[in-house]
Ligand binder design. Structure first.
Ligand code: G5P
Ligand code: MG
Length: 225
């Protein structure tokens, strides 16, 4: 049986976590768990927890740690014996410690994307409110409205430059101790760049080396010499 492999991707809003995770999941056949996806699922279910979650997510604020760990850890417990990849969790030291008490990660990738790039991307970002599907008018444009439902897309107020700057400052402060923890464990790899397509070959090689396998799937061949 192949060795288990557990990884997480960290990065500020708009850094490309979701885009890269989808490529990794497809190429390396890993289970992919996105904190944002589960939060939106709980909002859609309109449970008591979902109503609480909505009040944070709508203002692009961090959801409290105890809510996050209660949402994520049971899902990971169900994946005992499987390899997986986390998108957007853990984001705080408290979340990282809770995760550590369940299992040890093999690799953490931190996306280091310049502010100007994030600003430009997020100002081009349109979202299908009900599902959370994200489009970028330049990089992955919709075919008019939402590709799946045909419903209208919206733009978040929090993606405006002033709000974005304070969100990014906050992200840095909170992420620093998490990155220090993973650095001390020798599993942190920081990747810098302005384009996902250029970052991807590096991440692809990193994962191939760490997992001792050749990737399969749609994103195998990239950047000819
Ligand atoms: P989410 O859903 O995790 P964010 O804000 O962290 O939300 P987001 O927006 O999902 O992050 P991303 O996944 O890092 O961004 O990036 P992406 O969606 O792949 O790419 C961003 C945009 O850029 C897309 O339009 C994409 O097409 C485009 N793009 C990608 N690459 C390129 C490129 O090379 N070029 C160009 N031009 N475009 C590109 O979390 C939502 C909320 O839930 C809460 C928080 O409130 C959060 O705001 N939350 C938590 N709270 C506490 N603890 C946690 N662990 C939490 N997790 C989530
Ligand atoms: Mg995302």
């Amino acid at each position: 049986m192949a060795k288990l492999f557990r990884a997480a991707i960290m990065g500020p809003p708009g850094s490309g976590k979701g885009t890269i995770c989808k490529r990794i999941a497809q190429s390396f056949d890993l289970q992919y768990l996105s904190s944002g996806h589960y939060l939106r699922e709980s909002i859609a279910a309109n449970t008591e927890a979902g109503v609480l979650v909505r009040s944070y997510v709508e203002r692009s604020m961090m959801v409290p740690d105890h809510v996050m760990t209660r949402l994520m850890l049971p899902r990971l417990e169900q994946l005992i014996g499987q390899s997986w990849l986390l998108d957007g969790f853990p984001r705080t030291l408290s979340q990282a410690r809770a995760l550590n008490s369940l299992c040890q990660l093999d690799l953490v990738i931190s996306l280091n994307i310049p502010y100007e790039t994030l600003r430009e991307r997020l100002s081009n970002r349109w979202v299908h409110a009900a599902s959370g599907r994200v489009y970028n008018m330049g990089f992955n444009p919709p075919r008019g409205k939402d590709d799946v439902t045909g419903e209208a897309l919206i733009q978040h107020d929090d993606d405006k430059p002033e709000a974005l700057l304070s969100r990014l400052r906050y992200y840095k402060d909170v992420a620093k101790p998490v990155m220090d923890l993973y650095k001390s464990q020798g599993i942190l790899h920081a990747v810098s760049g302005t384009e996902t397509d250029r970052i991807w070959p590096y991440i692809n090689s990193l994962l191939s080396a760490k997992m001792h396998i050749q990737p399969s799937g749609a994103f195998q061949t990239q950047t000819p010499p």
